[in-house]
Ligand binder design. Structure first.
Ligand SMILES: Cc1cc2nc3c(=O)[nH]c(=O)nc-3n(C[C@H](O)[C@H](O)[C@H](O)COP(=O)(O)O)c2cc1C
Length: 215
């Protein structure tokens, strides 16, 4: 598959079949993640591919109440949407509810962890939340998502479980000071799967020479 095509169609796919992912396919998508850039090539992140059914159930039990809380707030702030936007929101919420209740059905949940001591953080002390550390983790997550797209696997980047980090660290025996950054359930799509994305047009996202300037 052409890379541009993969990027244009790599949807959040939240409904998965329980069928196993062959080892060679899993290794390919995990290896794709390792080719991502990191500050100083430190690679301060690791992946834990959670296949154990009991552990996946525990992750679901931790995730569901977090999602239920988050979705209440999401509904509140998006209550004014109408027409096409409301339809899209409802479709997304239905899929996300499904994921919350069935997270354990995905045959693999890839947990990204990081070691903050080995990250290049060049935006600390600016009086705003620092984001640069994440730039040494999330390109790897995106590589994983795109590799899944090419393999025909459904996947979605989630972060809510970071709120349950102490429990996740105990469950997966993650040593101090490694911390959690992302949770990616992966499985063969149970319904339509990937497809064209809805995003803001380029002119709203890219400027020329000054913020807001026409490209
Ligand atoms: C930082 C981040 C955190 C996310 N966390 C969750 C999550 O906890 N649960 C979930 O169902 N989706 C989560 N998503 C998926 C987004 O909702 C999804 O990428 C977005 O709605 C675009 O979906 P689309 O690519 O299908 O258009 C997250 C995405 C990102 C980038």
């Amino acid at each position: 598959m052409d890379l541009y095509e993969a990027m244009r169609t790599c949807r959040a796919v939240r409904r998965h079949r329980p069928d196993a992912i062959p080892d060679d396919v899993l290794r390919r998508v995990l290896e794709a993640a390792t080719f991502a850039p990191t500050g100083g090539n430190a690679q301060p992140w690791r992946m834990i591919a959670v296949r154990d059914a009991t552990k996946r159930r525990t992750l679901r039990d931790l995730y569901l109440p977090l999602w239920q809380e988050y979705s209440k707030e999401y509904m509140r702030v998006s209550a004014g949407l109408t027409g096409d936007a409301a339809t899209k929101r409802d479709r997304m919420l239905a899929a996300a509810n499904h994921l919350g209740e069935h997270l354990d059905v995905s045959p693999v949940i890839v947990v990204f962890v990081f070691d903050v001591r080995r990250m290049s953080i060049t935006d600390d002390g600016l009086g705003r939340p620092s984001v640069v550390g994440g730039a040494s983790i999330y390109p790897a997550v995106q590589n994983l998502l795109l590799a899944c797209r090419v393999e025909g696997l459904g996947c979605v980047l989630t972060t809510l479980l970071c709120k349950a980090e102490p429990q996740v660290r105990a469950l997966l025996e993650i040593p101090d000071p490694w911390a959690t950054a992302a949770f990616v359930p992966i499985g063969w799509p149970a319904s339509k799967g990937h497809g064209p994305l809805t995003r803001r047009p380029l002119q709203n996202m890219a400027f020329g020479d000054r913020f807001g300037g026409a490209l």
